[in-house]
Design a protein around this ligand. Structure first.
Ligand SMILES: [Fe+2]
Length: 475
């Protein structure tokens, strides 16, 4: 909730926030009010969050979702994981697909597309010139210095993950032609099984996120294996659950991770948690600001998307017996690694068949200006320590298309940007509103960039595009 007015910009947000809530009150319950203040640690147990015991209704949810065919699926998935784990462990970082930006511009080959889709991740090398990426890092460091008393982040006493959303560098990076090109290409790997779905996969929009400048030796910013975009919501929300319907029907091999239709109205944030992504964000991603290889505090990933998703969805229905045999578990309320308002987390105890200590592999070396994108159901982690001599730094820049909900979100995000306050999904407060030198609309040099920020209408090529423009321009 916005509880203070801070000048014209904030009042503008207050008005639009109310308008938005009134609009949704008649449609469905979506809460885009400002979230409580905080930092990235609020959603991860590996950063200090404590596990909770679920109420009784979650045992009933398991019983409601149970299907006898799931026992056979479980056996198949566990058997395949055994083989896949060995394969991933032997390939290591080589199991992460890489393509050059030059190749991506020419058009990905069928083989490249298959590899990317099966793994659920891709590194795009040479997207932004190295010097440009390094100049962005320098400008962020100068911004942090100029606003030192106001800077917030994690950990509080030696910030590595900054609560920065509105720097000039982030705005230039999010609207950089190579970044938008890459996003458009990766969004095109998705499709809709419903022709009437309100989405335009040709149009990437900006979704603001943080950045990290992780210093050598840092051990604080350690994120264990997890999946973004909600947790218990994957089972609890009736719409989100449709995404995984084939798995829950006992036909896990038919699960299509790249169908947008069931995800468009999914509620990924039932508990209105700070840092929980509420929009449809097919690819989480970052732009590298450093030369960083394995052991230097980089991203790790389990590169077998369908298998990890099927295992994640079926895991709550089974439990190990003292003899090591797994049996059906419909009486306990637990959903291992889930929380009410958290990320979905994994560890070697909660999800032992994944053999996470050898299958969540580190990315190979990346250079400043390289991009990494991973699927919204992909299991990923951040290395426990930066053992390198230099910083391990990224700007989080996901790829998200225009949808009805995303248009509503984009409108509020744009208004927050103008006011300098955090984007709606992130911890609230006055953010960067009193910072000197923050990004403005004048830092966006292209029409596509201004459209991605919700500052200019899109070409009307369908009734949906007209609707999206109306939403965006109404505030
Ligand atoms: Fe994540």
């Amino acid at each position: 909730m916005l509880n203070i007015a801070r000048g014209r910009g904030s009042l503008c947000y207050l008005r639009t926030g109310r308008l938005l809530q009134q609009r949704f009150a008649t449609m469905e319950s979506i809460n885009m009010a400002q979230k409580k203040e905080g930092d990235i640690s609020s959603v991860f147990s590996s950063l200090g969050r404590t596990e909770e015991v679920f109420p009784e209704r979650f045992a009933q949810l398991k019983k409601d979702l149970w299907n006898d065919k799931l026992a056979q699926s479980w056996t198949e998935i566990v058997t395949e994981l055994e083989v896949k784990a060995e394969e991933i462990a032997s390939q290591g970082s080589e199991s992460i697909p890489r393509v050059s930006y030059k190749d991506l511009r020419k058009g990905l080959t069928k083989e490249q597309v298959t590899r990317i889709k099966e793994a659920g991740i891709v590194i795009v090398t040479g997207a932004v010139p190295k010097e440009e990426a390094l100049s962005w890092k320098k400008s962020i460091q100068e911004y942090a210095q100029a606003n030192k008393p106001l800077v917030r982040g994690f950990p509080a006493n030696n910030v590595q993950v900054f609560e920065f959303y509105n720097t000039v560098a982030q705005t230039e990076a999010r609207t950089h032609p190579a970044v938008l090109d890459t996003q458009r290409c990766l969004l095109s790997l998705w499709h809709s099984s419903s022709p009437s779905a309100e989405v335009n996969l040709d149009i990437p929009i900006s979704y603001f996120d943080r950045l990290r400048i992780r210093q050598p030796g840092d051990k604080m910013f350690t994120l264990g294996p997890h999946v973004d975009a909600g947790s218990i919501e994957r089972w609890e929300d009736t719409t989100y659950r449709l995404t995984f319907r084939k798995i829950l029907q006992g036909k896990w091999r038919k699960h299509d991770p790249y169908d947008v239709w069931p995800r468009l109205n999914a509620k990924q944030d039932l508990y209105h948690a700070p840092s929980q992504c509420s929009i449809f964000r097919p690819w989480q991603g970052w732009l590298s600001l450093s030369s960083t290889g394995p052991t230097q505090g980089t991203l790790q990933f389990f590169p077998a998307l369908k298998l990890s998703t099927a295992y994640m969805i079926l895991r709550p229905f089974f439990k190990p017996t003292p003899g090591g045999v797994w049996e059906v578990n419909l009486d306990q309320t637990n959903f291992p690694g889930s929380g009410l308002g958290t990320a979905q987390e994994f560890n070697t105890k909660t999800h032992p068949h994944m053999k996470l200590d050898k299958t969540v592999v580190s990315l190979p070396k990346v250079e400043p200006g390289d991009l990494v994108y991973w699927h919204c159901d992909g299991v990923h982690a951040v290395e426990a320590e930066n053992t390198g001599a230099g910083d391990s730094s990224v700007m989080y820049i996901p790829a998200a298309p225009l949808t009805t909900y995303n248009a509503h979100y984009l409108r509020n995000q744009r208004n927050n940007f103008i006011s300098g306050i955090p984007p709606p999904d992130f911890p609230g407060g006055e953010g960067e509103s009193k910072f000197v030198g923050r990004g403005t609309v004048n830092d966006i040099k292209t029409k596509l960039g201004r459209q991605a920020y919700g500052l200019e209408p899109f070409a009307v090529t369908s009734p949906f595009m007209e609707k999206a423009n109306t939403i965006l321009m109404a505030a």
